[in-house]
Write a new protein. Sequence first.
Length: 367
Amino acid sequence: MKQVDGTEYLAAGEGQHPSQLAQTTEAPNGRTLPPGYTHLGVSKEIVPTLRELGADPEPLIREVGLDPRLFDDGVSVIPFAALGRLYTLCVAHTGCSHFGLLVGQRATILSLGLVGRLMQHSATVGGALRALVSNLSVQDRAVVPSLTSRDGTALLTIATHQAESRSVEPILDAALGVTVNLLRTLCGPDWNPREVLVPRVAPADQAPYRRHFRAPVRFNQESASVVFPVGDLERRVAGADPLLRVMLEERIRHMKGGPGCEFSNDIRRLLRTRLTSNHCSADNMAHLFTMHRRTLSRRLKDGGMNYRGITNEIRFEIARQLLEDTMVPLGEIAAALGYSEASAFTRAFRRWSGQTPTAWRAEGHPG
């Protein structure tokens, strides 16, 4: 577990090659998930949510190439590209723009498997959230959480990792929905955040968000974040068992300790949560991994990658999401991605896509 400035934690991401997994089995040998795959976890709630909205889940699940029987168990392992397509299809089929939120609000801390149980037995809320950030990759590789604090305010932020742009909206809605449930489990059912930030255009009907979050909801934001007083991190978790916590930590540590690490994938996951801050240089990344910058560069080179190339991949990913799902002005997107001027961002985006950001937004914006 890495700690930086007392507030931000590295989510590890080691595992086996995707070809070693069958879609109907749990990750083999108790190892953490490989890149491209995720346990169903929270998304197991897709089926009851569809039924509640009067839709038959089986044809939709089969349309994206999955077996409906997978949804009988939250530990089923599936490609999250297929899961992303399913979320998109569910929104289109039901006409419910907040479908992801409905999924997330059904989920509980136990939807996170071992990680959820570890959170329940952490001594404090802060310890539970640090356990989530450090270990979620053993349960879910589709989203990446990070925890920051400043001036008396804490933010638990969720980013998507390699999700299809059209599926980002419902996936983040689901993640925010369950995140508030997690905090209410840890802090008590009457707990409410100060506010919730949502990186999507404000829907016509905002009432479902206000009902679930019981707090101000700000749309068109650069990140998906739950904002709350930093003092909440010191709250004790009722019923936590220290011995069970140690056992769960050891089991998760064993799962994360195997061979076959995907170092460049770890860098991508970490960049996805930090690229819009000022702490994402190669030197910062090397510090987080407790290695020299030259060692970081050498390990990436061994995998045929370089730091700048990975950084630009993630910049393009974030830019697409903000252009398609929000109305954040180009100047603010440029600044968030580390460009001093919007013109520099425009030139870079044209190199990546062959189009200007304005043209991309005009073609791809859902509204």
